[in-house]
Design a binder for this molecule. Sequence first.
Ligand SMILES: *[C@@H]1O[C@H](CO)[C@@H](O)[C@H](O)[C@H]1NC(C)=O
Ligand SMILES: *[C@@H]1O[C@H](CO)[C@@H](O)[C@H](O)[C@H]1NC(C)=O
Length: 353
Amino acid sequence: MLPPSRTQLGLFFILLCPANIIGLWWAVGSPLVMDPNSICRKTKRLAGKQAELCQTEPDIVQEVAKGAKLGVRECQYQFRFRRWNCTSHSKSFGKILQQDIRETAFVYAITAAGVSHAVTQACSMGELLQCSCEVTRSRAPPLPTAGPGAEGSSWEWGGCGDDVDFGYEKSQQFMDAKRKKGKSDIRTLIDLHNNEAGRLAVRGYMRTECKCHGLSGSCTLHTCWKKMPHFREVGDRLLERFNGAFKVMGANDGKTLLPVGHSIKPPDRQDLVYSADSPDFCMANRKTGSPGTRGRVCNSTAPDVSGCDLLCCGRGHRAETVVLEENCLCRFHWCCVVQCRKCRVHQELSLCL
Ligand SMILES: *[C@@H]1O[C@H](CO)[C@@H](O)[C@H](O)[C@H]1NC(C)=O
Ligand SMILES: *[C@@H]1O[C@H](CO)[C@@H](O)[C@H](O)[C@H]1NC(C)=O
């Protein structure tokens, strides 16, 4: 994991990108470095809903910031081997967000998902006054899914379920805040669609966890609760949607997105959509926000996107030996300590030319 670094994205964002996620990140300084204390001071310059939310619910805003960070970290994990690796270290990020390419779609979706996830998590941990574990009184009992001893036992909701609807709603309030003047252009439609896809990647994949009660494992009563998917799973799922993203254009009514090309099936709510083709991200280009792939570590034997051929765009690569410190000669001492020595190992890396 890279250490977070302070960037100058803030002002850049608000000047050039009117969209909401940018307002959010401007407010928090940068996607990765967010000082909760300064968030609300800065949101004074934000418009409408976001400023309101900040004044009335500053503790939620702090979770929103955590969620955005979670999203960007996951983006960096999912894209670690790609030519554009979700780097937040340069102006690149702001430029990416101004476009309508697949990468933009992913960033919007994973951020909205991160916000839903973080807010919901905070509710379950008892960190917020506005919410807590899910209220399940009105809910129908869980279906007794097949399993050993499932017959003849009774079920009820209990434990601490995740109140995902609360996180969903807060993510919506913060991420979908209308742009000024209520302008509804195709880009807004696309951003909103991808935000929603991100939130659904959390809310649509809740799992039921149960616990057995009864004498000696007899399971006469099951207590069940809903838990959110792990965020890694959300990232994996959104990466699949990224790979199958739909190219769209605006319909004449200005309110609908139509698929472009051969696909007959229109995108559903969970699909990611984009309207412009991505640049190849091979060379540094200030206009597209591509930092280029010179100097990137590649894998000389992998046939996929992480392989040197594709990652270095055919420019070739050089070898470099780096010295790493590793734990070695570890010994287990009864009981229970493991003692290791530090060894230096030489590792051969391939770097793009
Ligand atoms: C991501 O790309 C940037 C720019 O090309 C590079 O500096 C950085 O080391 C890369 N990060 C990782 C984790 O590979
Ligand atoms: C490089 O790619 C090969 C083939 O895909 C894989 O087996 C190997 O683990 C990769 N090496 C690294 C360092 O990722």
